[in-house]
Design a protein around this ligand. Structure first.
Ligand SMILES: [Mg+2]
Length: 342
């Protein structure tokens, strides 16, 4: 199979409602569709959703990156995905969403060539996934009305509440939504880097009994020490989002013991090549010691609550690895990742 044509289509979709988060207010979606045509008649479709605030990508830069990548993909065999993606690797850091668009289109072609839904090709078994609906930053009464309207649809298994501009109001909004949703309904929050570390801890401590599953990126992405400081003290598990783009970021977060959970998005990561995180843990560390895992053996998907032990982290250094544990690879516990978190 050969790629014989590539179409890049800008897409603009007005939002039905604006979405206000700590760093921006969104009224419209702007992205790109990438279509790969082949000599077999099959076509593969991918999408780039550039995000300036999180990934530093502009519409113009993404368009230019897609146009520059296209000649490298044309005439290639799309089933040799690893080789094609290796050609696009230089764009990973500055234009992750453009890389993701080609990655998705190549996977789409792989599924169509195999005559299988991509879910089956990847070994998936679920027929559906739990979806979360996000409530943006808005006044208290409006927040509650929005939550009630979402819950009334019966279509969502989880609520996500955007925070990050007003700590006191945020606590009141979360409490009001919890009251509206009832005690058992899954609820998590996302401050999108809006707090400083003391503000984050104040909010999360005030919400200790509010039944929050986890809190996404409460402090600025570049401040790993603040994330670690909050995660160590917070009664709510802390998830890294904007701080996590690459496998190297994941390693840095693990080594800093800075969070309990990862939020991984195709548009941030760019493409899923076979340079997996557990493999890279076999690399030599900067001190020259060969390791089979990060310093300190656990990355906590669970949230231990024992005294004298940082919350959200695994066993302390010196306690030794626990190899062979179910669900672990070389002592690295898999982070808990929920679909649909943004
Ligand atoms: Mg987030």
């Amino acid at each position: 199979m050969r790629v014989t044509g590539i179409k890049i289509l800008p897409v603009t979709i007005p939002r039905r409602k604006e979405l206000k988060v700590a760093y921006a207010t969104r009224t419209v979606y702007r992205g790109f569709l990438v279509q790969l045509a082949t000599d077999t008649g099959l076509t593969g479709l991918g999408e780039a959703a550039p995000n300036f605030e999180v990934c530093g990508e502009t519409q113009e830069g993404t368009a230019a990156a897609l146009a520059a990548m296209a000649p490298l993909v044309r005439d290639q065999d799309p089933l040799e995905r690893e080789r094609v993606l290796a050609l696009l690797e230089p764009w990973r850091h500055a234009h992750a969403s453009a890389l993701a668009a080609f990655d998705l289109a190549l996977w789409d072609l792989a599924g169509k060539a195999a005559g299988l839904p991509l879910r089956a090709l990847l070994g998936g078994w679920r027929r559906s996934i739990a979806n979360a609906m996000t409530i943006g930053i808005m006044p208290l009464e409006q927040t509650v009305a929005e939550a009630r309207a979402i819950l009334a649809t019966g279509q969502y298994a989880e609520l996500k509440l955007k925070l990050g501009l007003d700590p006191e109001l945020d606590v009141a909004r979360v409490r009001a939504v919890r009251a509206a949703a009832g005690p058992g309904f899954p609820l998590h929050v996302d401050a999108n880097q809006g707090y400083d570390r003391e503000g984050a801890l104040r909010v999360l401590t005030a919400l200790a009994d509010a039944g929050i599953d986890f809190a996404e990126q409460p402090v600025p992405a570049g401040d790993l020490e603040a994330l670690r400081w909050v995660s160590e003290r917070s009664p709510v598990p802390v998830m890294a989002d904007e701080a996590l783009h690459t496998p190297e970021d994941a390693l840095a977060l693990v080594r800093a013991r800075a969070c309990s959970m990862f939020n991984i998005k195709l548009q941030k990561v760019g493409a899923g090549r076979r340079r997996s995180l557990p493999h890279r843990l076999h690399d030599r560390d900067p001190g020259g010691h060969h390791r089979r895992g990060p310093p300190g053996p656990g990355f906590g998907g669970r949230h231990p609550r024992g005294p004298g032990r940082p919350r959200g982290l695994g066993p302390q250094p010196g306690q030794g690895r626990r190899p062979g544990r179910r669900g672990s690879v070389d002592g690295l516990r898999r982070p808990r990742v929920r679909p649909g978190t943004r």
